[in-house]
Ligand binder design. Structure first.
Ligand SMILES: *Cc1c(COP(=O)(O)O)cnc(C)c1O
Length: 399
């Protein structure tokens, strides 16, 4: 499949015609166990690398179809899928870290990741240094050669859309003998392939743009065969947060149209970002496609003009608007998440974010407040007609 271009790969990679039925669409193998031809051992260790299907917590044909599709799109040796993006992130942290290790993590991670990293600090004796993802000097100074095992990044970040220069950060990590994980959920492999830029692990929430329809939850880890062994043999088999074959099938179907959807999300979000930027009530718009965005130049190099549909914005009297918003919107759903064909908007109040998700050292807290003011609206631009979305937003902003 590597000889084909992205749109072709998104449709065909991982899929094969079922020899028994000749069905053109992939089957869903909704079976938790598989009939064996001979007497075998009972543990994963009893099987070599070419093990047959035994039990779906170990491996399942529909989940593997999705893994093969993702591995081709990310140009990765190996992929393992999980029940959610958080299960995928947890699998990487569990297998790469032990007590006493040090992690450098960005200060504006997805809230679930930020909270998990903080829990590890208290419960597993992992030391954490939080850094501004755009400040290479700060990142370099935070790395402790020999002790820092992992750099945990996310680009663009959710919800502030901070952009990290993946190649530069991977060089800093490798000079110090550390590995780099990049959460590429917002970019998707359609925009960015972090492994090509030097990352050691890519993590995706498949619940967002890749699944693309706001229905199935899922997650994926992509990395080398060497790094994958512990993730497959331990995190999947013993921790057990595996993906359902039904969700794998839905997500694979979503991926088939992801190149076209990402293009449409990008065009609509760009339109809406410009509309917001020119609106008198709007004080700031965060979107990597805007030239005003501090990460725009790096994003241009790294995202091939495919910005996706997530943007965040602040307005005058944001709290007041937030209170009115849930009853004012009609086609835009007031809900969390992103990456769906439906537009979703959600208010994220600064004080609350700094209490629950981000507990930051004072200089980083100041920077966060300077960016978000009293709060931001995170707007996941869907695939409705952008004129309808602008009209609905405009009606809200004029309240
Ligand atoms: C949603 C999200 C996650 C978590 O994924 P789930 O599938 O909800 O567990 C992780 N990272 C980013 C950037 C996300 O947007």
């Amino acid at each position: 499949m590597t000889k084909y271009r992205t749109r072709t790969q998104a449709i065909h990679a991982g899929e094969r015609i079922d020899p028994a039925t000749k069905a053109s669409a992939p089957n869903i193998t909704m079976s938790n166990s598989f009939v064996m031809d001979e007497v075998t051992g009972f543990s994963i260790d009893a099987f070599g690398d070419t093990k047959p299907y035994v039990y779906s917590r170990w491996d399942n044909p529909t989940v593997r179809m999705l893994e093969d599709k993702l591995a081709v799109l990310e140009n990765a040796d190996a992929c393992a899928c999980f029940a959610s993006g958080m299960a995928a992130t947890a699998a990487i942290l569990h297998t790469t870290l032990k007590q006493g290790d040090h992690v450098v993590a960005i200060d504006v991670h997805y809230s679930g990741t930020a909270e998990l990293i903080r829990i590890l600090k208290d419960s597993a004796g992992i030391e954490i240094t939080l850094v501004d993802p755009t400040d290479l000097g700060m990142i370099e100074a935070a790395i402790q050669p020999g002790r820092t095992k992992l750099l945990s990044f996310e680009t663009p970040s959710n919800p502030l859309l901070s952009i990290t220069d993946i190649r530069s950060v991977s060089e800093l990590a490798h000079q110090a003998g550390a590995q780099l994980v990049v959460d590429s959920t917002l970019a998707t492999p359609i925009a960015t392939q972090p492994l090509e830029l030097g990352a050691d692990f890519v993590v995706h929430s498949l619940s967002k743009y890749l699944g693309g329809h706001g229905d199935a939850l899922g997650g994926a880890v992509l990395c080398s065969h060497k790094n994958m062994k512990a993730i497959r043999d331990h995190e999947r088999v013993h921790i057990g947060g595996v993906l359902s074959p039904f969700n794998a099938w839905l997500i694979a179907r979503g991926i088939a149209t992801s190149p076209l959807r990402m293009q449409a999300h990008t065009e609509s979000a760009m339109r809406i970002a410009k509309f917001l930027e020119s609106h008198p009530r709007v004080t700031r718009v965060l979107f990597p496609g805007l030239e005003s965005n501090p990460g725009h130049e790096i994003a241009k190099k790294q995202m091939q003009g495919c910005w996706g549909g997530l943007l965040s914005f602040s307005v005058k009297d944001g709290k007041d608007l937030a209170r009115q918003m849930p009853n004012q919107v009609e086609i835009i759903h007031y809900a969390v998440s992103l990456g769906s064909h439906r537009s979703l908007i959600f208010w994220m109040e600064t004080d609350e974010m700094l209490r629950s998700s981000f507990v930051l050292p004072s200089s980083l807290e100041e920077q966060y407040r300077a960016t978000t003011g009293d709060g931001i609206f995170r707007f996941a631009v869907g695939l409705e007609d952008p004129d309808d979305l602008c009209e609905e937003l405009s009606r809200c902003l004029d309240l």
